[in-house]
Write a protein that binds this ligand. Structure first.
Ligand code: KIV
Length: 266
């Protein structure tokens, strides 16, 4: 299996082969996703709410992102490994951005980073690209802007907002981002953006016409506690299965059915 690089993603866009991307937060899942030929692993800042018990992504720190990026790096061999830049580690100061990203690349082993936003963070994006760091953009619903957006709402519904997102996408491409994540926008807008850009567009809640799709791994596996967004397809119900196994173990311990002689050393 050959290593997926930025050039591979670009070729996949050209040849219309869909890009398969998932979030990943630890080494064992990284190994499994590699075995199943997932093209891109994103150490998403969604680790904050999915794994670390925070309410949303804003509190996650660079140290926490680094810890999970290192773990995924240890389990990854084939996929392109992208790490999310946490909230307020890159937006307002390009030197700060390069220092933060330096840690994710040098210490964490990430091959690229993802940042949320458009024009307002261009100085940081340019500084990162200037430092030879591949940057993935993220437009549409950007969870780090949750307080400004007032909730996890579909973006780009009005013609003005759709035009604004398309314009931002073009600016990001011109600046040199290698791929764009487009989250929670109407399918028609995602199609326009995908067709207008020569870089790959990876959708999440953005309909079927993007160059690839990404989901939060725990949503796909049915591992989460609450309801999932409308755009998620849950392919398994692992939380229910895990609960069943733990209940069974608890009952066996209480009743003395576990351990049996075959689980006992003589
Ligand atoms: O942090 C994350 O999981 C993400 C994906 C949902 C794209 O940014």
């Amino acid at each position: 299996m050959s290593k997926i690089t930025i050039a591979t993603l670009q070729e996949m866009k050209k040849s219309k082969e869909k890009i398969v991307a998932l979030t990943c937060y630890d080494a064992s899942m990284a190994r499994l996703l590699n075995e199943e030929s997932v093209d891109l692993l994103l150490v998403g800042d969604s680790v904050a709410n999915v794994k670390l018990g925070y309410e949303h992504t804003l509190p996650v720190t660079l140290e926490e992102m680094l810890h999970h990026t290192r773990a995924v790096k240890r389990g990854n061999s084939r996929a392109l490994l992208v790490a999310d830049m946490p909230f307020l580690t890159y937006e307002y100061d390009s030197k700060h951005a390069v220092r933060s990203v330096g840690r994710l690349i040098k210490e964490g082993g990430a091959e690229a980073v993802k940042v949320e936003g458009g024009e307002s963070i261009l100085p940081s994006i340019k500084a990162l690209i200037h430092a030879n760091v591949p940057v993935m953009g993220h437009l549409g619903l950007t969870p780090q802007a949750i307080n400004r957006l007032g909730g996890y709402r579909v973006q780009g519904r009005t013609p003005q907002d759709a035009d604004r997102i398309l314009r931002q996408a073009r600016i990001l491409e011109e600046t040199g981002v290698f791929t764009l994540v487009l989250e929670a926008v109407p399918a028609e807008l995602a199609k326009r953006v995908t067709e207008s850009l020569s870089i790959p567009v990876i959708g999440i809640g953005a309909g079927p016409d993007c160059d690839g799709q990404i989901l939060v791994l725990d949503d796909l596996l049915g591992l989460g506690e609450g309801p999932v967004p409308k755009f998620v397809k849950t392919y398994a119900s692992l939380r229910g299965e895990a609960a069943r196994a733990v209940r069974h173990f608890r009952d066996d311990v209480k009743s003395g059915k576990f351990p049996q002689p075959e689980q006992t050393y003589t």
